[in-house]
Write a protein that binds this ligand. Structure first.
Ligand SMILES: *Cc1c(COP(=O)(O)O)cnc(C)c1O
Length: 221
């Protein structure tokens, strides 16, 4: 059984879907997985995503999982399915603007900073509240985006208990957000958490989207 078959078999007994993270991998490698039935692929760089989107079958659902600069939103707005990595209102406004130009409503996840590691990416709870207050305001201009959930990356560690605690905290923030702001909007449903090394823990903690790269495609150089 290939790792793809093993993972999809495992996921078939859960509510979790697979984002096959294909960054640095060739169109041929992606097509091989596509031919086994995979349709959701994740990339972290806009340029690479554009090249692959051009080359590959049009029924692929592309997810952007990496940091997105405002000036690059316009290139992906016509086709991107979900942007996992939104962590500021400024970026949200830009996505809304470009989605409108494309006559689309784009799904986004708010990326939360939950790990121990220092990084400039990911919102904290205060920033999330600010974003949701804006999004949920009656006269909000954010009509061309749908915030469908949260994304987070756990600390890169062998300490499974720490990882589980971080995912649990993300789930708590998710529930808080859902209950406080999105009661009437049942499209706040996605919890994007779990990668090759920690996806089993993430599934136990309620992940709906696991983002798996190296376990499917082999190590990246
Ligand atoms: C690369 C990447 C992944 C996948 O990592 P693997 O360890 O190869 O599974 C998941 N999420 C994000 C945001 C990534 O950049």
């Amino acid at each position: 059984m290939s790792s793809y078959e093993a993972i999809t078999d495992e996921l078939s007994r859960t509510n979790t879907r697979l984002v096959a993270v294909s960054k640095t991998k060739s169109a041929e490698e992606i097509l091989a997985l596509y031919n086994q039935g995979q349709r959701i692929f994740g990339e972290n760089k806009v340029q690479e995503l554009l090249e692959k989107h051009e080359l590959l079958p049009k029924d692929i659902e592309w997810h952007l999982i990496g940091h997105l600069q405002s000036n690059k939103v316009k290139y992906i707005a016509p086709f991107i399915a979900i942007i996992h990595s939104v962590d500021s209102l400024k970026l949200l406004f830009e996505i809304n603007k470009e989605a409108k130009k494309s006559n689309r409503v784009i799904k986004v996840l708010i990326q939360m900073h939950i790990a121990r590691e220092e990084t400039k990416f990911g919102a904290d709870e205060k920033e999330l509240i600010e974003i949701l207050e804006y999004y949920c305001a009656e006269n909000s201009i954010l009509q061309n985006i749908t915030i469908t959930g949260l994304m987070g990356m756990a600390t890169n560690t062998n300490d499974d208990e720490l990882i589980a605690n971080e995912f649990r905290r993300l789930k708590e923030i998710f529930s808080f957000a859902k209950n406080t702001y999105l009661l009437n909007k049942n499209n706040f449903t996605e919890l994007s958490m779990g990668m090759s090394s920690d996806y089993k823990i993430a599934i136990r903690e309620g992940s709906t989207l696991v983002r798996i790269g190296s376990l499917l495609f082999g190590k990246r150089l």
